[in-house]
Design a protein around this ligand. Structure first.
Ligand code: BTN
Length: 264
C-alpha cells in the first residue's frame, strides 16, 4: 500500500465511520414497533450508536402521529427507525430534524417519482393528493439537553391495497412495478446522512428552503379546519419553530400541529 492509499483509507474511514455507513442495520422479522424497540433498548441503557437502523419485515403495532396506528403489510413496505443524537441542537430547534428528514425522503424518492412529490406539513410524504409515507420523530430530552431522537419512517413501497385508507398510495401503485426495498432503504439512509451532516455543519437554512419549496399546497388556496370551523387560506411559509404560516386574505396566522387540519 502506498502512502497515498493509506492516507485515502484513513480519510475515508473518518468520513464514513462516524455515522450511518459504518453503523449497524438490525433487521427484525417481527416487532411491535421499530420506534418502541429502539426506545426499549435505550431505556435499558444498552449503548446504541448514532446511525443504528432498526428495520422490520413485519411491524405488528406501528405507531403514527396524533396517536394513530401505522398499518403495513408484512414484507411489502419500509418500516424502520434510525437513532440520532442531535446534541448540537437545542430543544427549541426540534423542527430542524423534521425538515431534514422530510427533505431527505423527498430527495431519495425524486428519481423514482419526480415532481409529484410533496411534504404535507409537518412531515407526511405525499404524491399528488395521496399519502405515500409518514415520519414519527420521538425526542428524548433531559432538562435543557436534547439527548436522542428516534426517527421512525414508514414508506409504502409494494403494497397493492390499503383497506379502509382511501388516502394512501404506494410506489408500486404509481409505477405499476415492484421496487427494491433494499435499494430504497440504502438511498434514504444515504440522503439522511448527508443532510444531517449538513444540518450539523452549516445549519438548517438551505434545507429549510427546499422543505418550504416542496410544501404540499404552497401558495394555493385550500380548505382547512380550525377548531372544527372550515376556512380557506394559502400556506405561505413556516416559522423558525416549524409552525405553519397561512395567509387569509392578506392576514397571516401561525399554527401548531394540533391546531389545524387539512380538508381534502
Ligand atoms: C404518520 O404518518 O403518522 C407517521 C408514521 C410513522 C410510521 C413509522 S413505521 C416505523 C416506525 N415505527 C413506528 O411504530 N412508527 C414509525
Amino acid at each position: 500500500m502506498t502512502i497515498i492509499n493509506i492516507l485515502l483509507a484513513i480519510l475515508q474511514s473518518n468520513t464514513f465511520s462516524a455515522f450511518f455507513s459504518g453503523q449497524k442495520l438490525i433487521k427484525l422479522n417481527e416487532v411491535d414497533s421499530t420506534n418502541d424497540y429502539l426506545k426499549e433498548r435505550l431505556s435499558k441503557s444498552t449503548p446504541v450508536k448514532e446511525g443504528t437502523v432498526i428495520m422490520a419485515v413485519d411491524q405488528k403495532r406501528g405507531r403514527g402521529q396524533r396517536g394513530n396506528s401505522w398499518v403495513s403489510e408484512a414484507g411489502k413496505n419500509l418500516t424502520f427507525s434510525i437513532l440520532l443524537k442531535p446534541s448540537f441542537l437545542t430543544p427549541d430547534e426540534q423542527f430542524y430534524l423534521n425538515i431534514t428528514i422530510s427533505w431527505s425522503i423527498v430527495q431519495a424518492l425524486q428519481p423514482i417519482l419526480g415532481d409529484r412529490l410533496s411534504i404535507k406539513w409537518p412531515n407526511d410524504i405525499y404524491v399528488d393528493e395521496k399519502k405515500l409515507g409518514g415520519i414519527l420523530i420521538e425526542n428524548l430530552i433531559s432538562g435543557s439537553k436534547w439527548k436522542e431522537s428516534i426517527v421512525g419512517i414508514g414508506i409504502n413501497v409494494n403494497q397493492n391495497h390499503f383497506e379502509g385508507l382511501p388516502n394512501a398510495c404506494s410506489i408500486k401503485q404509481l409505477l405499476q412495478e415492484e421496487y427494491s426495498l433494499t435499494d430504497l432503504l440504502y438511498e434514504l439512509c444515504r440522503r439522511i446522512e448527508a443532510n444531517y451532516t449538513e444540518l450539523k455543519t452549516h445549519g438548517v437554512s438551505r434545507l429549510q428552503t427546499f422543505y418550504v419549496q416542496y410544501l404540499f399546497g404552497l401558495n394555493q388556496v385550500r380548505e382547512f379546519s380550525i377548531n372544527g370551523i372550515r376556512v380557506q387560506g394559502k400556506i405561505v411559509d413556516i416559522t423558525r419553530k416549524g409552525q405553519l404560516m397561512i395567509d387569509f386574505d392578506g392576514h397571516t396566522a401561525n399554527f401548531d400541529f394540533k391546531e389545524i387540519v387539512f380538508v381534502f
